[in-house]
Ligand binder design. Structure first.
Ligand code: AMP
Length: 403
């Protein structure tokens, strides 16, 4: 790789750090890995260089995010000076920038303070991001650091889409509103769909469905998000692996007032014990749900049906903000891989003129790079599968904003 063109992408979770050195031009990944179980006795890190087998080492009991980043630089990259020298920027994935940031932003002390201010909207993630940023700024003091916010892409939503119908003061004084999530992925696949379909970027309406363990859907008009399903936090909207998605708020009062649960306990139920896991009683993994359904497990079948039904209803509702829908994109682990889910959702959308090409849908994985059109020639809407690539887009945005 030539000098000064790679980006170190850092993605800190509450107890993990994912990292990769990515060439923003061609997407080549020189090295990637993950530090896991941070703060616990078995804190460890695994990584692999391009074309080499995976290695794993202990980080020592209780190792934190800073220790993980030090290990990446001092141990993993120590023998690869050319890679260290090739770094043009560090790109940090940030879950919530609230309504403070509508585009990638060069890190300075005031940006760190802004991320701190947004901790209430991402209490598990933003503190971890701050640890990662501080550690990375220390080891790379002379390289630009760029924050890429999951919420930024959704900042173009109109007020009637992002406000909740509660008294105004909770918005003006406490910033309680819809922020959205997965913005980097929605932005990327919306742009890719436009390019692949040869559409005019100034006249292209697309519904993007990011369906992984977390799941969200966006209405994107001419490259700008005008509505999305995740809310104040990533709990709202679609049914997910362990998250309930949208729910009558009275369920929360019922659990607290009639059953004696605390707010924290209800938070755990809705975030960790609901969704596919809660309905199937077995697994949060869509593969397991599909296998269970095929084997005749009624609870798995119900979880599958609910996931598809709720997703199709959300897609249908986005005909309102968009007016005209040119394309629907499926991405994320479930969106890219489950042809059965896609088939069911498209059948439910038949009243809108959506028509599936069953052969293409089943064989989507034989298309180049696992992507391609899965709608029939006479479908009213083009439906396409596009693998997401958040690391690549973070690398590209960081490289652009570091210039
Ligand atoms: P992600 O969070 O994007 O990594 O997606 C994880 C989800 O994708 C899990 O629910 C997986 O079960 C699901 N997934 C991955 N591969 C497949 C597959 N071949 N068929 C169905 N679901 C899959």
């Amino acid at each position: 790789m030539a000098n000064d063109k790679n980006v170190l992408v850092v993605n800190c979770g509450s107890s993990s750090v994912k990292f990769a050195i990515v060439d923003p031009q061609d997407g080549k990944v020189a090295v990637s890995g993950i530090a896991e179980a941070l703060g616990l006795d078995d804190a460890r890190i695994s990584w692999s260089f391009q074309g080499e087998s995976k290695r794993e080492e202990s980080l020592g009991a209780g190792a934190d995010h800073a220790r993980a980043i030090d290990f990446v630089v001092d141990t993993i990259l120590a023998a690869h000076k050319e890679l260290l020298d090739s770094l043009a920027a560090v790109g940090h994935r940030i879950v919530s920038g609230g309504d403070l940031y509508s585009q990638p932003t060069l890190v300075d002390d005031s940006v760190e303070a802004g991320i701190e201010k947004c901790i209430p909207f991402a209490p598990l993630h933003n503190p971890a991001h701050l640890q990662g940023i501080r550690a990375a700024r220390k080891v790379f003091p002379s390289i630009p650091h760029v924050c890429v916010f999951d919420t930024a892409f959704h900042q173009t939503m109109p007020e009637y889409a992002f406000r909740f119908a509660i008294p105004e003061k909770y918005y003006t004084e406490n910033r309680i509103r819809r922020y959205g999530a997965h913005g980097t992925s929605h932005y990327y696949v919306a742009g890719e769909a436009c390019r692949e379909l040869g559409a005019d970027p100034e006249n292209f309406n697309v519904i993007t469905c990011h369906l992984g363990n977390g799941a969200s859907i966006s209405a994107v008009k001419n490259g700008k998000c005008i509505d999305t399903s995740m809310g104040l936090t990533p709990l709202d909207g679609l049914m997910m692996g362990t998250r309930s998605g949208s729910i009558d708020p009275s369920v929360i009062f019922f659990l607290c007032d009639n059953m004696g649960y605390t707010a924290q306990e209800v938070c755990k139920i809705l975030n960790k014990e609901s969704g596919l896991m809660g309905i199937s009683g077995k697994t949060s993994d869509f593969r397991g749900i599909t296998e269970g359904k095929l084997a005749g497990d009624e609870k798995c079948a119900l979880a599958f049906d609910m996931f598809c039904y709720r997703l199709a209803k959300f897609i249908a509702s986005y005909y309102v903000p968009l007016g005209r829908v040119d394309a629907i994109v499926f991405t994320g682990g479930i969106g890219e891989n489950s042809f059965r889910m896609r088939q069911r959702v498209m059948e439910l959308l038949a009243p809108f003129g959506v028509k599936i090409d069953e052969v293409k849908n089943e064989k989507a994985l034989v298309f180049k790079g696992g992507r391609g059109l899965i709608s029939a020639e006479d479908s009213s809407v083009k439906v396409t599968v596009i693998p997401t690539n958040e690391e690549l887009i973070i690398a590209r945005l960081a490289a652009d904003f570091a210039k």
